[in-house]
Ligand binder design. Structure first.
Ligand code: HEM
Length: 407
Protein backbone atom coordinates (compact mmCIF):
# COMPACT_ATOMS: atom_id res chain seq x y z
CA UNK A 1 0.00 0.00 0.00
CA UNK A 2 1.19 3.45 -0.82
CA UNK A 3 2.01 5.48 2.21
CA UNK A 4 2.94 8.62 0.37
CA UNK A 5 1.34 10.32 -2.53
CA UNK A 6 2.76 12.72 -4.98
CA UNK A 7 4.85 15.36 -3.32
CA UNK A 8 3.12 18.06 -5.17
CA UNK A 9 -0.14 17.38 -3.59
CA UNK A 10 0.83 19.41 -0.63
CA UNK A 11 0.90 22.23 -3.03
CA UNK A 12 -2.56 21.15 -3.81
CA UNK A 13 -3.21 23.79 -1.72
CA UNK A 14 -5.29 24.30 -4.71
CA UNK A 15 -7.38 25.05 -1.86
CA UNK A 16 -6.97 28.07 0.18
CA UNK A 17 -7.42 25.54 2.76
CA UNK A 18 -4.99 25.68 5.37
CA UNK A 19 -6.33 28.10 7.78
CA UNK A 20 -4.16 26.29 10.26
CA UNK A 21 -2.29 27.44 13.14
CA UNK A 22 -2.37 30.97 14.19
CA UNK A 23 -0.54 30.11 17.39
CA UNK A 24 1.07 33.12 18.88
CA UNK A 25 4.70 32.02 19.08
CA UNK A 26 6.80 34.59 17.26
CA UNK A 27 9.39 33.68 14.70
CA UNK A 28 12.32 35.00 16.70
CA UNK A 29 11.44 33.24 19.95
CA UNK A 30 11.13 29.90 18.22
CA UNK A 31 14.40 30.44 16.40
CA UNK A 32 16.15 31.09 19.68
CA UNK A 33 14.69 27.95 21.21
CA UNK A 34 16.10 25.74 18.47
CA UNK A 35 19.38 27.63 18.33
CA UNK A 36 20.30 26.20 21.69
CA UNK A 37 19.82 22.70 20.38
CA UNK A 38 21.28 23.15 16.98
CA UNK A 39 24.00 25.71 17.02
CA UNK A 40 27.20 24.19 15.81
CA UNK A 41 29.67 25.32 13.23
CA UNK A 42 28.61 25.53 9.62
CA UNK A 43 31.78 23.73 8.56
CA UNK A 44 30.78 20.77 10.74
CA UNK A 45 27.34 20.80 9.16
CA UNK A 46 28.77 20.92 5.63
CA UNK A 47 30.92 17.94 6.44
CA UNK A 48 29.88 14.46 5.33
CA UNK A 49 26.17 13.96 5.91
CA UNK A 50 25.54 17.01 8.08
CA UNK A 51 25.82 14.85 11.19
CA UNK A 52 22.76 12.84 10.14
CA UNK A 53 22.83 9.01 10.23
CA UNK A 54 23.45 8.33 6.54
CA UNK A 55 22.28 4.72 6.66
CA UNK A 56 18.90 5.57 8.18
CA UNK A 57 18.46 8.51 5.85
CA UNK A 58 19.25 6.45 2.75
CA UNK A 59 16.71 3.82 3.78
CA UNK A 60 14.05 6.49 4.23
CA UNK A 61 14.88 8.05 0.86
CA UNK A 62 14.57 4.64 -0.78
CA UNK A 63 11.08 4.17 0.64
CA UNK A 64 10.09 7.69 -0.44
CA UNK A 65 11.44 7.11 -3.93
CA UNK A 66 9.62 3.85 -4.48
CA UNK A 67 6.35 5.28 -3.19
CA UNK A 68 6.64 8.28 -5.49
CA UNK A 69 7.62 6.08 -8.44
CA UNK A 70 4.44 4.08 -7.89
CA UNK A 71 2.34 7.17 -8.44
CA UNK A 72 3.90 8.74 -11.51
CA UNK A 73 2.99 8.42 -15.15
CA UNK A 74 4.62 10.25 -18.02
CA UNK A 75 4.67 13.62 -16.35
CA UNK A 76 6.28 15.16 -13.30
CA UNK A 77 5.08 13.82 -9.98
CA UNK A 78 5.23 17.38 -8.66
CA UNK A 79 4.61 20.58 -10.59
CA UNK A 80 3.20 18.76 -13.66
CA UNK A 81 1.55 21.86 -15.13
CA UNK A 82 4.00 24.12 -16.96
CA UNK A 83 3.10 27.76 -17.53
CA UNK A 84 5.95 28.09 -19.96
CA UNK A 85 9.43 27.22 -20.95
CA UNK A 86 11.84 30.08 -21.60
CA UNK A 87 15.03 29.48 -23.57
CA UNK A 88 18.07 31.66 -24.26
CA UNK A 89 17.92 33.01 -20.75
CA UNK A 90 20.96 35.19 -20.07
CA UNK A 91 22.69 34.85 -16.70
CA UNK A 92 25.14 37.70 -16.17
CA UNK A 93 27.34 37.49 -13.06
CA UNK A 94 27.44 40.85 -11.31
CA UNK A 95 30.35 42.87 -12.72
CA UNK A 96 31.35 44.25 -9.32
CA UNK A 97 30.98 41.06 -7.33
CA UNK A 98 33.22 41.25 -4.25
CA UNK A 99 36.04 38.72 -3.98
CA UNK A 100 34.37 36.81 -1.12
CA UNK A 101 31.43 35.91 -3.39
CA UNK A 102 33.56 34.79 -6.34
CA UNK A 103 32.89 31.04 -5.99
CA UNK A 104 31.96 28.27 -8.42
CA UNK A 105 29.80 29.58 -11.24
CA UNK A 106 30.11 33.06 -9.73
CA UNK A 107 33.94 32.97 -9.86
CA UNK A 108 34.27 35.45 -12.72
CA UNK A 109 32.54 38.82 -12.42
CA UNK A 110 30.64 39.77 -15.57
CA UNK A 111 30.78 36.18 -16.93
CA UNK A 112 27.71 35.17 -18.94
CA UNK A 113 25.92 31.84 -19.20
CA UNK A 114 22.88 30.74 -21.17
CA UNK A 115 20.02 29.06 -19.38
CA UNK A 116 16.49 27.71 -19.43
CA UNK A 117 13.58 28.50 -17.11
CA UNK A 118 10.50 26.35 -16.53
CA UNK A 119 7.56 28.10 -14.84
CA UNK A 120 5.10 25.70 -13.21
CA UNK A 121 2.08 25.45 -10.97
CA UNK A 122 2.67 23.92 -7.54
CA UNK A 123 -0.53 21.91 -7.84
CA UNK A 124 -0.43 18.16 -8.47
CA UNK A 125 -3.33 18.61 -10.90
CA UNK A 126 -1.95 19.20 -14.40
CA UNK A 127 -5.24 20.85 -15.35
CA UNK A 128 -5.60 23.08 -12.33
CA UNK A 129 -7.22 26.47 -12.95
CA UNK A 130 -4.59 29.16 -12.46
CA UNK A 131 -6.97 31.17 -10.27
CA UNK A 132 -6.92 28.40 -7.66
CA UNK A 133 -4.89 29.51 -4.63
CA UNK A 134 -1.52 27.82 -4.27
CA UNK A 135 2.11 28.32 -5.13
CA UNK A 136 4.05 28.60 -8.40
CA UNK A 137 7.49 27.21 -9.24
CA UNK A 138 10.44 28.52 -11.19
CA UNK A 139 13.22 26.09 -12.13
CA UNK A 140 16.40 27.65 -13.51
CA UNK A 141 18.94 25.59 -15.44
CA UNK A 142 22.26 27.36 -16.01
CA UNK A 143 24.06 25.77 -18.97
CA UNK A 144 27.80 25.56 -18.46
CA UNK A 145 30.86 25.60 -20.72
CA UNK A 146 32.59 22.25 -21.23
CA UNK A 147 35.38 22.91 -18.73
CA UNK A 148 32.78 23.32 -15.96
CA UNK A 149 30.51 20.52 -17.21
CA UNK A 150 33.41 18.12 -16.62
CA UNK A 151 33.41 19.00 -12.92
CA UNK A 152 29.76 18.07 -12.34
CA UNK A 153 29.50 14.60 -10.76
CA UNK A 154 27.08 12.01 -12.15
CA UNK A 155 23.96 11.34 -10.10
CA UNK A 156 23.73 7.61 -9.32
CA UNK A 157 21.20 5.98 -11.65
CA UNK A 158 20.35 9.11 -13.64
CA UNK A 159 19.91 8.46 -17.37
CA UNK A 160 19.93 10.99 -20.17
CA UNK A 161 17.18 11.65 -22.66
CA UNK A 162 18.67 14.94 -23.87
CA UNK A 163 22.23 16.02 -24.69
CA UNK A 164 24.57 15.76 -21.72
CA UNK A 165 24.88 19.50 -21.19
CA UNK A 166 21.28 19.58 -19.85
CA UNK A 167 22.39 17.36 -16.93
CA UNK A 168 25.87 18.82 -16.42
CA UNK A 169 24.33 22.14 -15.54
CA UNK A 170 23.76 24.26 -12.44
CA UNK A 171 20.09 24.02 -11.46
CA UNK A 172 18.37 26.22 -8.90
CA UNK A 173 14.75 25.30 -8.12
CA UNK A 174 12.48 27.78 -6.46
CA UNK A 175 8.89 28.45 -5.38
CA UNK A 176 7.04 31.72 -4.68
CA UNK A 177 4.99 32.85 -1.68
CA UNK A 178 7.16 31.65 1.23
CA UNK A 179 10.85 31.46 2.11
CA UNK A 180 11.03 28.18 4.02
CA UNK A 181 9.86 24.62 3.44
CA UNK A 182 6.91 23.26 5.45
CA UNK A 183 8.77 20.01 6.14
CA UNK A 184 11.82 20.38 8.33
CA UNK A 185 13.58 17.13 7.46
CA UNK A 186 13.25 13.83 5.63
CA UNK A 187 12.04 12.08 8.80
CA UNK A 188 8.96 14.34 8.94
CA UNK A 189 7.80 13.22 5.52
CA UNK A 190 5.58 10.27 6.35
CA UNK A 191 3.25 12.32 8.54
CA UNK A 192 3.22 15.15 6.04
CA UNK A 193 2.31 12.93 3.12
CA UNK A 194 -0.36 11.21 5.14
CA UNK A 195 -2.01 14.60 5.58
CA UNK A 196 -1.70 15.36 1.92
CA UNK A 197 -3.11 11.97 1.06
CA UNK A 198 -6.19 12.72 3.10
CA UNK A 199 -6.87 16.00 1.31
CA UNK A 200 -7.02 14.45 -2.14
CA UNK A 201 -10.25 12.46 -1.71
CA UNK A 202 -11.95 15.39 0.02
CA UNK A 203 -11.11 17.70 -2.84
CA UNK A 204 -11.95 15.03 -5.44
CA UNK A 205 -15.34 14.47 -3.83
CA UNK A 206 -16.06 18.21 -3.78
CA UNK A 207 -15.12 18.53 -7.46
CA UNK A 208 -17.30 15.56 -8.37
CA UNK A 209 -20.27 16.99 -6.57
CA UNK A 210 -19.89 20.17 -8.62
CA UNK A 211 -18.58 22.40 -5.80
CA UNK A 212 -17.50 25.87 -6.88
CA UNK A 213 -13.88 27.02 -6.73
CA UNK A 214 -14.86 29.16 -3.76
CA UNK A 215 -16.37 26.21 -1.89
CA UNK A 216 -13.35 24.03 -2.60
CA UNK A 217 -11.18 26.81 -1.26
CA UNK A 218 -13.07 26.57 2.02
CA UNK A 219 -12.16 22.93 2.65
CA UNK A 220 -10.53 23.16 6.05
CA UNK A 221 -7.00 21.95 5.43
CA UNK A 222 -6.20 22.37 9.06
CA UNK A 223 -8.19 19.23 9.84
CA UNK A 224 -5.94 17.18 7.56
CA UNK A 225 -2.72 18.79 8.71
CA UNK A 226 -3.61 18.71 12.41
CA UNK A 227 -2.07 15.28 12.96
CA UNK A 228 1.05 16.14 10.92
CA UNK A 229 1.54 19.33 12.88
CA UNK A 230 1.06 17.51 16.17
CA UNK A 231 3.96 15.18 15.28
CA UNK A 232 6.35 18.13 15.04
CA UNK A 233 8.46 19.44 17.86
CA UNK A 234 6.53 22.17 19.72
CA UNK A 235 8.76 24.97 18.46
CA UNK A 236 8.07 23.96 14.85
CA UNK A 237 4.31 23.76 15.03
CA UNK A 238 3.49 27.45 14.69
CA UNK A 239 5.99 28.26 11.94
CA UNK A 240 5.04 25.20 9.89
CA UNK A 241 1.34 26.01 10.29
CA UNK A 242 2.02 29.54 9.08
CA UNK A 243 3.99 28.30 6.05
CA UNK A 244 1.15 25.98 5.07
CA UNK A 245 -1.39 28.72 5.47
CA UNK A 246 0.49 31.37 3.47
CA UNK A 247 1.54 29.02 0.69
CA UNK A 248 -1.91 27.47 0.38
CA UNK A 249 -3.73 30.78 0.12
CA UNK A 250 -1.32 32.57 -2.20
CA UNK A 251 -2.66 33.91 -5.51
CA UNK A 252 -0.58 34.80 -8.55
CA UNK A 253 -1.61 37.13 -11.38
CA UNK A 254 1.65 37.20 -13.32
CA UNK A 255 4.55 34.78 -12.84
CA UNK A 256 7.03 37.48 -13.91
CA UNK A 257 6.05 39.68 -10.98
CA UNK A 258 6.80 37.09 -8.28
CA UNK A 259 9.78 36.45 -6.01
CA UNK A 260 10.87 32.79 -5.86
CA UNK A 261 12.85 31.17 -3.04
CA UNK A 262 14.93 27.98 -2.99
CA UNK A 263 13.59 27.13 0.52
CA UNK A 264 16.50 24.75 1.08
CA UNK A 265 20.23 25.47 1.04
CA UNK A 266 23.14 25.04 -1.34
CA UNK A 267 26.85 25.04 -0.51
CA UNK A 268 28.70 28.16 -1.59
CA UNK A 269 32.35 27.14 -1.69
CA UNK A 270 33.92 25.07 1.10
CA UNK A 271 32.81 27.19 4.04
CA UNK A 272 29.56 28.91 3.20
CA UNK A 273 25.93 27.99 2.66
CA UNK A 274 23.24 30.01 0.93
CA UNK A 275 19.59 29.99 0.05
CA UNK A 276 18.81 31.57 -3.29
CA UNK A 277 15.97 33.71 -4.48
CA UNK A 278 14.99 35.33 -7.76
CA UNK A 279 13.29 38.67 -7.48
CA UNK A 280 12.04 40.82 -10.38
CA UNK A 281 14.35 43.73 -11.40
CA UNK A 282 11.21 45.73 -12.13
CA UNK A 283 7.70 44.52 -11.44
CA UNK A 284 6.14 43.14 -14.62
CA UNK A 285 3.29 45.35 -15.74
CA UNK A 286 0.70 42.97 -17.08
CA UNK A 287 -2.24 42.38 -14.79
CA UNK A 288 -4.85 40.11 -16.34
CA UNK A 289 -8.42 41.35 -16.59
CA UNK A 290 -11.22 39.44 -14.86
CA UNK A 291 -12.25 38.05 -18.26
CA UNK A 292 -8.71 36.85 -18.97
CA UNK A 293 -8.54 35.26 -15.54
CA UNK A 294 -11.46 33.02 -16.40
CA UNK A 295 -9.12 31.11 -18.73
CA UNK A 296 -7.63 28.22 -16.69
CA UNK A 297 -4.25 28.92 -18.30
CA UNK A 298 -4.15 32.68 -17.89
CA UNK A 299 -0.65 32.56 -16.34
CA UNK A 300 0.79 30.91 -19.47
CA UNK A 301 -1.14 33.34 -21.69
CA UNK A 302 0.22 36.32 -19.75
CA UNK A 303 3.79 35.02 -19.81
CA UNK A 304 3.65 34.46 -23.54
CA UNK A 305 2.15 37.90 -24.11
CA UNK A 306 4.80 39.63 -21.98
CA UNK A 307 7.73 37.82 -23.56
CA UNK A 308 6.54 38.35 -27.11
CA UNK A 309 5.70 41.98 -26.40
CA UNK A 310 7.93 44.98 -26.11
CA UNK A 311 10.19 43.98 -23.35
CA UNK A 312 12.58 41.46 -22.00
CA UNK A 313 12.29 40.77 -18.28
CA UNK A 314 14.88 40.26 -15.65
CA UNK A 315 15.27 38.91 -12.15
CA UNK A 316 18.06 39.49 -9.66
CA UNK A 317 19.58 36.20 -8.53
CA UNK A 318 20.26 36.80 -4.86
CA UNK A 319 21.55 34.79 -1.92
CA UNK A 320 21.15 34.92 1.84
CA UNK A 321 24.26 33.60 3.59
CA UNK A 322 24.17 31.31 6.60
CA UNK A 323 25.63 33.02 9.66
CA UNK A 324 26.64 31.81 13.13
CA UNK A 325 23.64 31.49 15.43
CA UNK A 326 21.20 30.60 12.65
CA UNK A 327 19.30 27.29 12.72
CA UNK A 328 21.03 24.20 11.35
CA UNK A 329 21.16 23.83 7.57
CA UNK A 330 19.55 20.42 8.16
CA UNK A 331 16.30 22.07 9.27
CA UNK A 332 14.43 23.31 6.19
CA UNK A 333 11.51 24.90 8.03
CA UNK A 334 13.21 27.41 10.30
CA UNK A 335 14.00 30.85 8.92
CA UNK A 336 17.61 31.95 8.65
CA UNK A 337 17.25 34.68 11.21
CA UNK A 338 19.83 36.26 13.45
CA UNK A 339 19.37 36.18 17.20
CA UNK A 340 17.54 39.51 17.14
CA UNK A 341 14.92 38.02 14.82
CA UNK A 342 16.09 39.89 11.70
CA UNK A 343 17.34 38.35 8.48
CA UNK A 344 20.62 39.44 6.89
CA UNK A 345 20.21 41.24 3.56
CA UNK A 346 20.19 39.21 0.38
CA UNK A 347 23.24 39.78 -1.83
CA UNK A 348 22.74 40.13 -5.61
CA UNK A 349 25.05 37.72 -7.45
CA UNK A 350 23.75 37.88 -11.04
CA UNK A 351 21.04 39.22 -13.32
CA UNK A 352 18.87 36.60 -15.01
CA UNK A 353 17.25 38.04 -18.16
CA UNK A 354 14.44 36.50 -20.14
CA UNK A 355 14.84 38.03 -23.59
CA UNK A 356 12.07 39.03 -25.94
CA UNK A 357 10.65 36.12 -27.97
CA UNK A 358 12.28 33.58 -25.69
CA UNK A 359 9.04 31.74 -24.90
CA UNK A 360 9.74 28.17 -26.06
CA UNK A 361 7.62 25.10 -26.71
CA UNK A 362 6.75 23.35 -23.47
CA UNK A 363 8.09 20.03 -24.80
CA UNK A 364 11.59 21.48 -24.54
CA UNK A 365 11.33 21.71 -20.77
CA UNK A 366 9.06 18.74 -20.19
CA UNK A 367 11.81 16.24 -21.03
CA UNK A 368 14.36 18.11 -18.93
CA UNK A 369 15.25 17.29 -15.37
CA UNK A 370 15.90 20.14 -12.96
CA UNK A 371 17.79 18.71 -9.99
CA UNK A 372 19.54 20.56 -7.14
CA UNK A 373 22.41 18.09 -7.48
CA UNK A 374 23.06 19.19 -11.05
CA UNK A 375 25.73 21.39 -9.54
CA UNK A 376 29.43 21.91 -9.08
CA UNK A 377 30.45 19.98 -5.94
CA UNK A 378 31.24 23.23 -4.16
CA UNK A 379 27.71 24.52 -4.92
CA UNK A 380 25.68 21.34 -4.36
CA UNK A 381 22.30 21.18 -2.66
CA UNK A 382 22.91 20.51 1.05
CA UNK A 383 20.81 19.20 3.93
CA UNK A 384 18.71 16.04 4.08
CA UNK A 385 15.90 17.35 1.89
CA UNK A 386 18.36 18.16 -0.91
CA UNK A 387 20.05 14.77 -0.54
CA UNK A 388 16.62 13.17 -0.92
CA UNK A 389 15.75 15.26 -3.99
CA UNK A 390 19.02 14.28 -5.67
CA UNK A 391 17.98 10.63 -5.93
CA UNK A 392 14.21 11.07 -6.12
CA UNK A 393 14.29 13.55 -9.02
CA UNK A 394 16.76 11.34 -10.92
CA UNK A 395 14.51 8.31 -10.49
CA UNK A 396 11.30 10.14 -11.41
CA UNK A 397 12.80 11.79 -14.48
CA UNK A 398 14.07 8.36 -15.60
CA UNK A 399 10.60 6.92 -15.24
CA UNK A 400 8.60 9.73 -16.84
CA UNK A 401 11.06 9.85 -19.74
CA UNK A 402 10.79 6.08 -20.26
CA UNK A 403 14.38 5.50 -19.25
CA UNK A 404 13.96 3.15 -16.31
CA UNK A 405 14.05 -0.61 -16.63
CA UNK A 406 10.90 -1.25 -14.64
CA UNK A 407 8.55 0.77 -16.91
C1 HEM B 1 12.00 15.65 -0.02
C2 HEM B 1 11.30 16.68 -0.47
C3 HEM B 1 10.82 16.77 -1.89
C4 HEM B 1 10.33 15.78 -2.69
C5 HEM B 1 10.10 14.33 -2.33
C6 HEM B 1 10.04 16.38 -3.98
C7 HEM B 1 9.56 15.72 -5.09
C8 HEM B 1 9.53 16.22 -6.38
C9 HEM B 1 9.40 15.46 -7.59
C10 HEM B 1 9.27 13.94 -7.65
C11 HEM B 1 9.44 16.31 -8.63
C12 HEM B 1 9.38 15.95 -10.13
C13 HEM B 1 10.83 15.74 -10.60
C14 HEM B 1 10.95 15.31 -12.04
O1 HEM B 1 10.31 14.33 -12.44
O2 HEM B 1 11.75 15.93 -12.78
C15 HEM B 1 9.56 17.63 -8.09
C16 HEM B 1 9.59 18.78 -8.82
C17 HEM B 1 9.67 20.04 -8.26
N1 HEM B 1 9.91 20.35 -6.95
FE1 HEM B 1 10.15 19.05 -5.45
N2 HEM B 1 10.34 17.71 -3.92
C18 HEM B 1 10.81 17.98 -2.66
C19 HEM B 1 11.23 19.21 -2.18
C20 HEM B 1 11.11 20.38 -2.87
C21 HEM B 1 11.52 21.66 -2.36
C22 HEM B 1 12.18 21.92 -1.02
C23 HEM B 1 11.23 22.57 -3.32
C24 HEM B 1 11.49 24.03 -3.17
C25 HEM B 1 11.83 24.87 -4.08
C26 HEM B 1 10.65 21.86 -4.46
C27 HEM B 1 10.23 22.42 -5.65
C28 HEM B 1 9.95 21.71 -6.80
C29 HEM B 1 9.70 22.32 -8.10
C30 HEM B 1 9.62 23.82 -8.43
C31 HEM B 1 9.55 21.28 -9.01
C32 HEM B 1 9.33 21.37 -10.53
C33 HEM B 1 10.71 21.47 -11.17
C34 HEM B 1 10.65 21.47 -12.69
O3 HEM B 1 10.10 22.45 -13.25
O4 HEM B 1 11.15 20.49 -13.28
N3 HEM B 1 10.61 20.53 -4.14
N4 HEM B 1 9.62 17.56 -6.71
Amino acid sequence: MKIFISFSLFMVTTIAIISCSTQSTTTSSRTKATDNEKRHSLEAQLDANGGVDAKKETALIQVLTSNILNSITNQRDAHPKAHGCVENVDINISPNLAKEYQQGIFATPNARYKGVVRFSSGSSDPKVHDATPGSQGLALKILLPENLQKLIPDIPGEKYKLPKNYYKSADIIMINAIEEFMVNDVGSYPAFFKAVQMIKPAVGKAIQSGASKEDIAKIPGKIFFKEYISTLKPDLQAPVGRLLQVSGSSKTDNVLAETYNSWVPYAFGPKKAVKYRLTPCIKAQLVPSDAEKRDPNFLANGLQKELSGTGSYCFELQAIFHEPGMPSIEDAALPWELEDGTKPEYKTLAIVSLPKNSFAKNETCEAMSFNPSHALPSMRGIGGIQRARKLIYAATQNKRNGLSEEK
